[in-house]
Design a protein around this ligand. Structure first.
Ligand code: ADP
Ligand code: ADP
Length: 237
């Protein structure tokens, strides 16, 4: 998979939230996007996932500009770059397995979800993924009964249901205590190492990015001000 962002820009009023951002990701890797609040990290991921449209620029994935896709093709791309969020975005009162099954909402009918008529094979897969992430024992509990770290792993499981080639994580550990933050980052790293998925994570601490990522993209005022390995960042090259 080759991802090529070219001059991606998003303007809100007089703010250039994302300003001519370009990069190439030519193999599966774990990328940390760092920068202070307001730097444009979140907007960049939201453009990537088509939650927001860019003002200008292209994002070519294996040659095709995914920012121009419409309808079913756009939804299919959104499943291929599943997103996880700082606040997990689970349905709090719903049980964990059903939350994970929601990853399939754009592939199954609405009735399947409303009437809880998920095929047995979907349910088995959801439980398998929960098991892989070490939270199968929580499967029948309401999402709100879990710790933050467990909830974020449920969100990762929901993302994995879509079998995405890319996982976009918007401040995945910003709401977690250090121990849970480590568990969630270890989980993302494992998903990259074992499955070969690309992970792009917005992180606000440099140490986390250095420790877990193969590549760091630094943003400031919408622009890329650093793009390289953690080693290059340390030596200032
Ligand atoms: P970060 O994720 O690095 O904190 P954001 O992408 O959230 O940065 O925000 C970048 C800039 O764009 C900020 O100045 C923010 O206020 C602005 N911004 C983001 N979303 C909107 C929006 N929907 N409307 C107006 N301004 C926005
Ligand atoms: P984050 O915690 O990811 O930086 P924010 O709290 O900045 O997110 O933004 C949450 C939502 O509000 C997003 O949908 C973003 O697009 C929108 N937003 C952010 N800044 C502004 C702004 N200045 N004006 C309008 N909407 C904004």
């Amino acid at each position: 998979m080759r991802i090529e962002a070219h001059s991606v820009t998003r303007i809100f009023g007089s703010t250039r939230a994302v300003d001519a951002v370009s990069f190439v990701i030519d193999r599966p890797m774990m990328v940390g996007v760092i920068g202070s609040s307001g730097a444009g990290k979140s907007t960049l991921l939201r453009i990537f996932n088509r939650l927001t449209d860019p003002s200008e620029g292209s994002l070519r994935v294996d040659g095709r500009d995914v920012l121009r896709l419409r309808g079913a093709e756009r939804r299919s791309w959104q499943a291929d770059c599943a997103m996880i969020f700082q606040q997990f975005n689970l349905v709090p009162r719903l049980d964990v397995v059903s939350n994970v099954l929601h990853g399939l909402l754009n592939k199954r009918s609405l009735a399947t979800s409303l009437l809880n008529l998920w095929p047995k094979s979907d349910i088995e897969r959801a439980v398998q993924i929960l098991d892989r992430l070490g939270i199968a024992e929580q499967a029948a509990k309401r999402a709100e009964a879990l710790s933050g770290g467990q909830q974020q792993r449920v969100a990762i499981a929901r993302a994995l249901m879509q079998d995405p080639r890319v996982i976009l994580a918007d401040e995945p550990i910003a709401s977690l205590d250090p121990m849970n933050a480590q568990i969630v980052m270890d989980t993302l790293r494992r998903i990259h190492d074992e499955d070969g998925r690309t992970v792009i994570a917005n992180l606000h601490t440099l140490d986390t990015a250095r420790h877990y990522c193969d590549r760091i993209i630094g943003m400031r005022k919408g622009r890329v001000v650093f793009d390289g390995t953690p080693e290059q960042l340390t030596t200032g090259v």
